[in-house]
Design a protein around this ligand. Structure first.
Ligand SMILES: [Zn+2]
Length: 305
């Protein structure tokens, strides 16, 4: 009976594509930006942690907050970071981790207007977009539970405090969390960062391909199959992000889904005051979210093996 049911599900599934609600995700993006800048030490940061805690407590099986102190790369003061870790099906050993950073950059140091360069960014794309995808994913997975796969959600802090040219000063939250990650460990990790850009283009990030080539190919091929041309089957640049920090510490294959050309190769909103919700779209969040939920359901049914 069990086998029969499984076969029935597979045959139904082969004709079914699950759709992720990009409008819900866009609402989550706006909700975060309404809190203002969310760099460590800011009031928006404190409020955001409470929003995430409440949301993941509602839709997941458990939520843990990990507090750590790190040296702020710019001020050299000790500052508290809070990584948020949440799980679905915590008892299942076969599991995958999804992560995004929630902190926003304290200084708009790439802004062309010098008067703006010491002001904090809003981080609609660089911060809120990846978390918005995770927030809608956990809600969706709560309504449509997986049977054989466990999912970890890691909302990292302190990703965006770094100094240009100093690779070690970025992804501080992912680094400290990697030393404390609870068992059972995931077999792979997928990071989403800067995925809300209205002009979304997602070439393959180079470290991802080095660290986890099969995972990259599985995701990008699925995106093509589902018709999301934003995922481009070509190698892009190499980007230091939470996935490199996580991989270096844990050895777990880790990739990054990221659009660094924000909005395109000619204009730059990254680390400027222009990183606002009007530069992001529900359609872009839907593309990334839909690829990821379909990937998870295929894993759950053993279709990726
Ligand atoms: Zn950033």
């Amino acid at each position: 009976m069990k086998l029969l049911l499984l076969l029935f599900c597979v045959s139904i599934y082969s004709q079914t594509v699950l759709y992720f609600d990009g409008n819900n995700a866009m609402n989550y993006l706006n909700q975060q930006c309404d809190l203002g800048p969310r760099y460590p030490g800011s009031s928006g940061h404190t409020k955001a942690i409470q929003v995430y805690k409440k949301h993941f407590e509602k839709y997941s099986d458990d939520v843990m907050l990990f507090d750590d102190y790190v040296i702020h790369p710019h001020s050299l003061d000790s500052i508290q970071l809070t990584n948020i870790f949440s799980r679905l099906n915590p008892e299942i050993n076969n599991r995958i981790l999804l992560m995004a950073h929630f902190d926003t950059r304290e200084i708009a140091d790439k802004d062309l207007n010098q008067d703006n360069q010491k002001k904090p960014i809003l981080g609609a794309n660089d911060g809120a977009s990846g978390i918005a995808v995770l927030m809608e994913m956990v809600r969706f997975l709560n309504q449509n539970p997986l049977s054989n796969l466990g999912v970890d959600f890691l909302l990292t802090d302190g990703e965006d405090m770094g100094k240009p040219g100093d690779a070690d000063s970025w992804a501080l939250g992912a680094k400290v969390f990697s030393d404390r990650i609870p068992s059972p460990l995931p077999f792979a990790a997928i990071c989403v960062d800067m995925v809300g850009d209205t002009e979304l283009t997602l070439p393959i990030e180079r470290h991802s391909y080095m660290q986890a080539p099969q995972l990259v190919l599985d995701i990008w091929k699925l995106a093509q199959e589902l018709g999301y041309a934003q995922f481009q089957m070509e190698l892009g640049r190499a980007i230091i992000d939470d996935h490199t920090a996580f991989y270096n510490k844990t050895g777990i294959p880790s990739i990054d889904i990221i659009d660094f050309d924000y909005p395109n190769k000619n204009i730059n909103y990254w680390h400027t005051l222009e990183d606002t919700p009007d530069k992001c779209s529900a359609q872009s969040l839907e593309a990334v979210g839909t690829v990821l939920i379909n990937y998870l359901y295929r894993l759950d049914l053993g279709m990726n093996e």
